[in-house]
Ligand binder design. Structure first.
Ligand SMILES: Cc1ncc(COP(=O)(O)O)c(C=O)c1O
Length: 367
């Protein structure tokens, strides 16, 4: 199919040599440490709209010290993955959903909405160019990071009239050091991540900047992640640092997956939405509702809550072994994770690697 938007392709004259790339891909990749040989840039100007883009060698970008993003933080991003299929092809998981969320985030930050086709085309061009960077072992993938920043040189506090879209790619392995062992989480009670009417629903850089101090405090307490409470009542579970959260409740032989409802201040995760659709296929009931910290503690102590897990693109599904906060420590189940999170993870990964039938049409084949 001919390109739908002009993106000029200028490959690197000195890409990473094959043996060096193979050595890197065979190492412990971790998350967000290594980048491929190319990137895509697409500028936007208010008067002209989206301008011709370029695929070019990965390199630092020049930015004017007066660029609006550096002062007022107009910046949104996305994250999704391309997987090496069992057939050897490469396919992305639900990139159209990320493209839509990118538009939603941009709208909230008074930024231009990139057409969905343009977003997908940028991803396809970069993945095709850097296809040899897509690792092939189970648990690995190519993580795509689209970013939109305000580049107009102006210190006036108003929406920028110029923007730069940037797409980079990073071969990825485990998000948490130590693989998929259960993590401990810290319930943050002194900061809030997002308030009603704020930017919590957008994948906005500032949300993450504001969360770092809480994440650092969680780390000091020996926990891997922060759990955020709602800003108004300060007792409803919202989400985690970079993931949504699910609870597994058992009652009268029925397993129910419970996740906080989209309140307007938590990020509508694509993994979260996918699990709400996969759950019933595996025989689990699903519920989106308010769940308070008090309910979490009491149902875990009563043994009704048998598992809790975090979910997101980067870490897929990670069991939560224990929850810590001012009240002390609450163990979830036996603290070792459980079969429900494992079954959901296995099923999702089977779809992503092309081992299970893609009944919901989630995989977007690139090459
Ligand atoms: C704050 C936050 N919540 C939830 C998620 C999970 O979203 P997704 O499943 O789309 O990766 C992410 C990651 O994107 C996130 O940053």
């Amino acid at each position: 199919m001919p390109p739908r938007f002009p993106i000029e392709v200028s490959p690197s004259s000195h890409p990473t040599p094959t043996d060096e790339r193979s050595r890197v891909l065979a190492s412990a990749l971790g998350f967000g440490q290594i980048f491929t040989d190319h990137m895509v840039l697409i500028p936007f100007r208010e008067r002209e709209g989206w301008l011709p883009g370029a695929l070019q060698p990965y390199a630092p970008i020049q930015i004017d010290p007066a660029a609006a993003v550096l002062h007022y933080g107009q910046s949104v991003f996305e994250g999704f993955k391309a997987f090496r299929q069992v057939t050897g092809d490469i396919a992305c998981f639900r990139p159209d959903a990320n493209a839509k969320r990118f538009q939603h985030s941009a709208r909230r930050l008074a930024m231009p909405e990139m057409p969905i086709d343009m977003f997908l085309q940028a991803a396809e061009i970069l993945i095709q160019q850097d296809r040899d960077w897509v690792p092939s072992t189970r648990g690995t993938s190519l993580y795509l990071r689209p970013l939109l920043i305000a580049t107009e040189c102006s210190l006036g506090v108003r929406p920028s009239r110029e923007y730069q879209f940037i797409l980079i790619a990073s071969p990825a392995g485990d998000y948490f050091r130590g693989g998929i062992k259960p993590v401990s989480v810290w319930v943050c009670d002194n900061y809030v991540r997002a308030a009603p009417g704020g930017t919590g629903e957008a994948k906005f850089g500032g949300n993450y900047a504001a969360s770092l101090i809480a994440q650092a405090e969680a780390t000091q307490r020996g926990c891997a992640q922060v759990v955020w409470l709602d800003a108004v009542h300060r007792d409803q579970i919202e989400e985690m640092g970079g993931m949504n959260i699910f609870f597994v409740l058992e009652s009268n032989g029925q397993t129910t997956l419970v996740t906080p409802k989209l309140s307007g201040s938590l990020l509508p995760g694509i993994t979260r939405e996918s699990l709400l659709l996969i759950g019933p296929k595996l025989g689990y009931a699903v519920e989106e509702r308010t769940i308070t910290l008090a309910e979490w503690i009491s149902s875990a102590q009563a043994g009704q809550m048998t598992e809790a897990f975090a979910c997101g693109t980067a870490a897929v599904i990670t069991p939560i072994g224990s929850m810590h906060g001012q009240h002390g420590e609450t163990l979830i189940g036996d603290g070792q994770g459980g079969p429900v999170a494992q079954a959901l993870r296995d099923y999702l990964l089977a779809i992503q690697y092309g081992e299970a039938q893609d009944l919901l049409g989630w995989m977007h084949r690139v090459c």
